[in-house]
Design a protein around this ligand. Structure first.
Ligand code: NAD
Length: 495
């Protein structure tokens, strides 16, 4: 059985804790590897290495850091297929989803290539006679990233590209469910010329996370995952004096107004609801059908589902893969099981399928007449189950979205520009799409939800990422009275 190690100080390091966790192939249900789970001492070793590496890495020039990022970008592009295959075999994503994830991750490396520009400070001359004030950005030290299973390549890139480029050293604690991609990225960073100890991977579970949160030499923690854990990470990390950004779960609504293009909305609902088997924090989970639009929209979505090809990532024609584990698949299926008892209507039942039962497959499901108070509405399902809530008016739709505990992403489908503009004004959600179902911002903006989808006030990547991984130093300077200088400039000096 293959074992998956840590990456510390530029090389693989096997875990010595004796604790391991199985890594499945979700398409077959087989255990394909065991990942070693770090003990407290193993985390401490990685942090000590990163702390030593920080001394030299923070002094490296901006052009050297940009050069490493450019080279890493090149290497990731040339290993695109290999990375996507690793994502696919451990996560279960079909090739198009794995390639899409990588493309959105690569944007963050491109952004970090501009680090000389991004690290610019500011300068005010003559704030008082002979006095200047300027500010510079400096790295924090050793910083850590704790990432979820659903984007094993992209979410780490959201964090480490900016963290390293700004001069920090980094400890990545990837999800124990699909840890191999992080090891390949570590190798590529080394090949790109990153000095040993700047990027380290500690495989682990709660033991390593808790050590990261309490370690006195870790300055900041960047987290993406479910809401209960995000809340825990934020409260524990900040109580220990760390800078923390923590992004949590989601329940994204797609509001469809009566004037929307039905085919466009149905296509969007299918790709955004079932892409990556619904295991995306920006997946559309609820279609909010305004007025009588549901009468046309629900049949249009239902008609598309039998054509959606579900299969393993090894099948290049598959459009949707399995879920991450058997337990998660069964939990997602339970929302379908419970729906009729709560008063909802199952339109398409994904439990009825002829997919290989050893794999963690669940075909797409569509549930109509879902309302607040039902589990399928209130909770994050995180699977290929799309629900429909029918409301009478635009105001009812806005109220529904704003009353939900989550506020990660949302979208509106309409031909009416005024209605769309009003929606972007009214809606209490961090990322909004207008006829765009998954409005994940490009890497030169920043990513972040509102309400229970985020803890703290720091968004991820882009300008917010540069802010998060640096601190400002402001200098006020005055030079001795030039008239006392022995250097003769040949003309009178002014102050
Ligand atoms: P998760 O919260 O279970 O795990 C995330 C990380 O936390 C993993 O590295 C895991 O090892 C660690 N962890 C898990 N339980 C822990 C505990 N009790 N104590 C300490 N650490 C713990 O999330 P997941 O299931 O891997 O990912 C799916 C979730 O992530 C969904 O809720 C999804 O919405 C969310 N997510 C959010 C975003 C976003 O940007 N807002 C992006 C991707 C995923």
């Amino acid at each position: 059985m293959r074992s998956i190690d840590h990456w510390i100080n530029g090389t693989t390091v096997p875990s010595t804790s004796g604790n391991t966790s199985p890594v499945y192939n979700p398409a077959t249900g087989e255990v394909q590897a065991q990942v070693g789970l770090a003990s407290v001492a193993e985390v401490d070793n990685a942090v000590a290495v990163a702390k030593t590496a920080f001394k030299t890495w923070r002094s490296s020039s901006l052009s050297k850091r940009a050069e490493v990022m450019f080279k890493f970008h090149e290497l990731v592009l040339s290993h695109r297929v290999e990375i996507a295959e690793l994502v696919s075999i451990e996560h279960g994503k079909v090739p198009s989803d794995a390639a899409g994830e990588l493309a959105r991750g690569i944007e963050n490396i491109e952004f970090a290539c501009g680090i000389p520009q991004l690290m610019k400070g500011s300068y005010s001359e003559q704030v008082s006679t002979g006095v200047d004030v300027y500010s510079i950005k400096q790295p924090l030290g050793v910083v850590a990233g704790i990432t979820p299973f659903n984007f094993p390549a992209m979410v780490p890139m959201w964090m480490f590209a900016n963290a390293i480029a700004t001069g920090n050293t980094f400890i990545l604690k990837p999800s124990e469910k699909d840890p191999s991609v992080s090891m390949l990225m570590a190798q590529l960073l080394k090949e790109a010329g990153l000095p040993d100890g700047v990027f380290n991977v500690v495989q682990g579970d709660k033991v390593s996370v808790d050590r990261i949160l309490s370690h006195p030499d870790i300055a900041a923690v960047s987290f993406v995952g479910s809401t209960p854990i995000a809340k825990y990470i934020y409260s524990t990390g900040t109580a220990n004096g760390k800078r923390v950004q923590a992004l949590g779960g989601a329940k994204n609504h797609m509001v469809v107004l009566p004037d929307a293009d039905i085919d466009m909305a149905a296509d969007a609902a299918v790709s955004a609801g079932y892409g990556s088997a619904g295991e995306r924090c920006m997946a559309i989970s609820v279609v909010v059908a305004v007025g009588d639009v549901a009468d046309k929209l629900v049949p249009a979505i239902a008609a598309r589902l039998p054509k959606l090809k579900v299969g393993p990532g090894t099948d290049p024609t598959a459009e949707m893969g399995p879920l991450i584990t058997r337990e998660h698949r069964d939990k997602v299926a339970s929302y379908i099981t419970n729906a009729p008892g709560e008063g909802a209507t199952i339109v398409v039942d994904g439990r009825e399928n002829d997919l290989p039962q050893e794999g963690f497959f669940l075909a797409p499901s569509l549930i109509d007449n879902v309302k607040p108070g039902m589990k399928a509405y209130d909770e994050e399902i995180f699977g290929p189950v799309l629900t429909v809530t029918r409301v009478a008016t635009y105001e009812d739709a806005v109220q529904l979205v704003n009353d939900h505990q989550y506020g990660n992403g949302t979208a509106i489908f309409t031909r009416d520009g005024g209605a769309a503009r009003q929606f972007q004004f009214d809606i209490q959600v961090g990322m909004v799409g207008i006829n765009v179902p998954i409005p994940v911002p490009v890497a030169y903006y920043s990513f972040g939800g509102w309400k229970a989808s985020i803890f703290g006030d720091s968004n991820m990547y882009g300008p917010a990422g540069i802010e998060f991984f640096t601190r400002t130093k402001t200098i006020t300077s005055r030079w001795p009275d030039p008239s006392t200088s022995s250097v003769d400039l040949g003309f009178p000096r002014t102050r």
